[in-house]
Design a protein around this ligand. Structure first.
Ligand code: NAP
Length: 555
């Protein structure tokens, strides 16, 4: 058996694989991600039973999606008593709920997967949601989390009792409410699952069936129907080409054109030879994942960075961003196939990366070029019994309307009622502008942790699973701090929270999404970028290694 490489050797191999030097700062993170030889370096190195045998520590995790499963797994490894509640009929969160035709991940699967549950046999580079739901269910099963998941159960409210240093939860199942207690609560409710319907006059006047992409009505037959779709975001761009196969007429109402990024393999099966390598060549799959992770670590962040000297405009925020615009514009020109009117419609009028791009292998423009498909960029005046009337007075007749209008992403934790210390209501405190320290903790809400909370979305680099793993690590280390220091509660200091948020806001203003005035779900109703993490994936990893006791009031 060959000797295990030491750190220096491992680093040399890493540099060989990525073809460039790797800085000292990155190496420990990369070793963790690599999990070479299946060694899970993120597993907690402590155990609640040994650390504080007499101390009750019951954790309620809300949500059994990607983040909740990771939280359950790590809490279980640390021997912490936990339960995961989920309102749905199965685990998988957004991947379970979004079952519209064509739904698939647009981050490469060999990276969009847990570091502790790497899989080499993904059938496609970007798998469809069935494969993902199966993956999450399998991980939940294999890790033992599933045994602690209680489905069809919703947490209606959480109330902090300062005298007891515990949360009181109202839990609803089968129409019956009950009360229970938790020493800590982890919210893993996700961002992209509560449908947002647009505020368009006459929405209820439509005579036919209508539904949202996030709650697809599979009973509605689309074959031979006139279908109107509102929205051209990532969801619509996936289901519209499929709907076009069935509909007799398809009208797509576009308010803002998405930037398309060419991705030839978005629908492709993993090639046989490559699948062989991944499955048979020793460690090939791990190094492939590693390479994807490295390439995506900074990803397109440099092209999203505002150069104040450039000067930035609503066209481009830097020379690099402008180069990207030129490349993507060329792609659209080619894809429009000589149809100048279509090209003008497909061409966005804001800097690339200011809002979510769409990966495309040519299918979106090709769909728009079909005879029975119309892309309409005129504003919507109102919805009527027979269809949608646009500002130019034209009625786009419809048998079915499909809303691809996104999610209430900025309404974190809605509709749960959360009451913290001194009766502070979380939603009143936020006033539509959710903030947290590291996206995880907030003042007045002791022992409450958010996963995929405010400003933890990475949009041009990395995988959101990696981010959740960092958050989970911080949460588990926080529980450890409570047990180790024998304190009952930890509450983030307001000054720490505020200074952090100022830093986040300043950095987001220097990214394309913060600079541009284009509408996007990255921003909340106040106009603040409430979703995005503006820094590198390394910085988040470094900041979530362990909680700093000085950041908290401990009691
Ligand atoms: P979205 O990006 O928020 O897109 C919503 C669309 O509806 C936009 O085109 C928006 O136009 C339009 N819209 C909203 N209100 C409107 C109104 N009143 N009138 C006309 N148009 C209106 O939502 P999404 O497409 O569901 O995607 C949300 C996010 O989910 C994605 O960005 C992505 O992060 C994630 N997602 C991921 C995948 C994947 O990984 N494969 C797939 C689907 C979704 P404006 O642009 O003008 O606001």
């Amino acid at each position: 058996v060959a000797a295990r490489p030491d750190h220096a050797e491992l680093r040399r191999i890493m540099e060989f694989i990525v073809g460039q030097p790797i800085s000292d700062r990155y190496v420990p993170l990369l070793e963790e991600e690599l999990a070479v030889e299946g060694r899970d370096l993120r597993a907690p190195e402590w155990d609640a039973g040994s650390l504080a045998p007499d101390r009750p520590m019951r954790v309620v995790v809300i949500g059994a999606g990607m983040s909740g499963i990771a939280a359950g797994h790590r809490l279980g490894q640390a021997g912490v008593d936990y339960v995961v509640y989920d309102k749905n009929d199965d685990v998988g969160g957004t991947w379970f709920e979004n079952d519209y035709p064509g739904c698939r991940v647009d981050v490469q699967n060999h990276m969009y997967s847990y570091s502790f549950a790497q899989r080499h046999d993904w059938p496609q580079y970007f798998s469809d949601r069935h494969v993902l739901v199966d993956y999450f269910r399998r991980v939940a099963e294999d890790t033992g989390v599933l045994a602690n998941v209680v489905l069809r159960t919703e947490v209606a409210s959480c109330t902090w009792h300062h005298d007891e240093d515990r949360w009181e939860l109202v839990v609803r199942a089968g129409g019956v409410e009950r009360t229970e207690w938790a020493d800590a609560v982890v919210s893993a409710v996700g961002q992209l699952n509560r449908p947002r319907f647009p505020d368009i006059n006459g929405r209820d006047d439509f005579a036919g069936p209508s539904f949202h992409s996030g709650a697809w009505d599979h009973d509605v037959e689309l074959a031979g129907k006139r279908v109107v779709v509102i929205g051209t975001g990532a969801s619509a761009c996936q289901f519209v080409p499929i709907v076009a196969r069935d509909a007799s007429e398809l009208t797509v109402l576009q308010r803002t054109a998405p930037w398309l990024i060419p991705a030839e393999r978005i629908h492709s099966d993993v090639a046989d030879g490559f699948a062989w390598l991944l499955g048979r060549a020793p460690f090939y799959a791990q190094w492939y994942r590693f390479w994807l992770f490295w390439r995506g670590a900074e990803g397109m962040l440099p092209a999203a960075t505002v150069d104040p000297e450039y000067p930035p405009t609503e066209r481009a925020v830097s020379a690099r961003n402008d180069e990207m615009r030129a490349l993507l514009t060329d792609y659209l020109r080619v894809m429009a196939g000589g149809d100048d009117e279509l090209f003008e419609q497909l061409l966005p009028d804001y800097p690339p990366l200011s809002k979510r791009f769409v990966l495309d292998n040519g299918v979106w423009p090709a769909t728009m070029r079909q005879e029975h498909v119309s892309l309409v960029s005129t504003g919507i005046e109102r919805i009527e019994a027979d269809g949608v009337r646009t500002d130019d007075g034209v009625l786009h007749e419809a048998d079915v309307i499909i809303y691809g209008t996104g999610f209430r992403a900025a309404d974190f934790l809605v509709p749960m009622q959360v009451t913290g210390r001194d009766g502070v209501d979380l939603h009143e405190r936020w006033g539509g502008d959710a903030r947290a320290y590291l996206g995880i903790v907030a003042p007045s809400f002791p022992n409450l942790f958010f996963l995929y909370g405010p400003n933890t979305n990475i949009v041009v680099n990395g995988s959101i699973i990696y981010f959740s793993e960092c958050e989970v690590h911080y949460v588990v280390e926080s529980i450890r701090m409570l047990l180790e220091q024998d304190v009952r509660s930890m509450e983030c200091r307001p000054d720490v929270h505020d200074a952090y948020n100022e830093r986040i806001d300043a950095a987001n203003r220097l990214r394309a999404w913060g600079f541009s005035s284009v509408s996007s779900w990255y921003k909340n109703t106040t106009g603040r970028t409430a979703q995005n993490w503006p820094f590198s994936v390394l910085e988040y990893w470094e900041q979530t290694r362990r909680p700093d006791p000085d950041d908290f009031v401990l009691r």
